[in-house]
Design a binder for this molecule. Sequence first.
Ligand SMILES: [Zn+2]
Length: 339
Amino acid sequence: MITEHGVLPIALGDNWAYALPTSDGVILIDAGPDYDGAWDALAAQLDAAGLAIGDVRYVAITHAHIDHCGLAFRWQEAGVPVAASELEVQSFLHGRNIIGYQTQYVFEHMRRVGVPEERIAGFIESRERMRRAFRSGDNTGGGVRRERWPGLIRGTPFRPDEPLADGAEIRLGDRRVVLVSAPGHTPGNCVFFEPETGALFSGDQVIPGLNSNPGWHWDISAEPPERFRSLPAFAESLDRIEALDVRHLYPGHREPSDEVAEEIERVRRHHRKRQGQLREMLGEGPRSPYELLMTMFSRLPDRRLWQAMAEVTGHIDALVVRGEAGEDESDGLLTIRLV
Ligand SMILES: [Zn+2]
């Protein structure tokens, strides 16, 4: 059903894509994930609202995670131009390997932050187990977490037709949305804002009730590849969003919300709490990031290692960028100390 702000939310597994009907066709925010049946599900939901695939004139993508951009290639095959932030273009070109191409840096970095070899092996094994179970169709049990989409989601590389700069407007018929660059969740993440309705299509930047996880990303065009400090960037992006007159959140996951200020404050509160915990631990002396992780989450299953390590690293980065903590490296091992 089209909301009072003229937005049709389209449910695709765990994700929302949003259709914005204008006087001259539809703008679609996020391409949707690519699982078997996703395209038909999308078409059926457009149809139920009196719209059609052929009405879509523009697809605007928030970031290069395959649950948001998986169907981009399909839209391009249908002749629909795809727009995204110019900062994210490299990642879209890696397709299914959007995360996979970074895996080698992830393992190297796990060693650098002090994760023991047997835990890295356990992490790799848990990923393999999940993949095997998922391929065999068992996505509900066998110690594997329930998957969030009806099937395996694919990532097909594509080149955005229109790489857009911060502040660029997408105009169609009687509507316009503005690209607001919001690095953090990914290095080239962006959100789309419609000033006339106050609607923000927030992707994974602001998800009601959820703390968007800072990821590990490397800029592989640098030599040696440079790690992107995601959480400080994420926090700055929140400040940028707060400065807009946002009245309605249309997130990439979970339900839309009008509690904009509350959601932003909730995320900041979580950041303050985590960073306070880190300062407290570091008050007892320098620690490796892995030691900090194990104090924070003592019973962490191997399969959650990457995600949890990325979160702790994010908060360490925030302390480092604010000058509250320093990093020392010797024999390839990182130690964090209070400044
Ligand atoms: Zn994401």
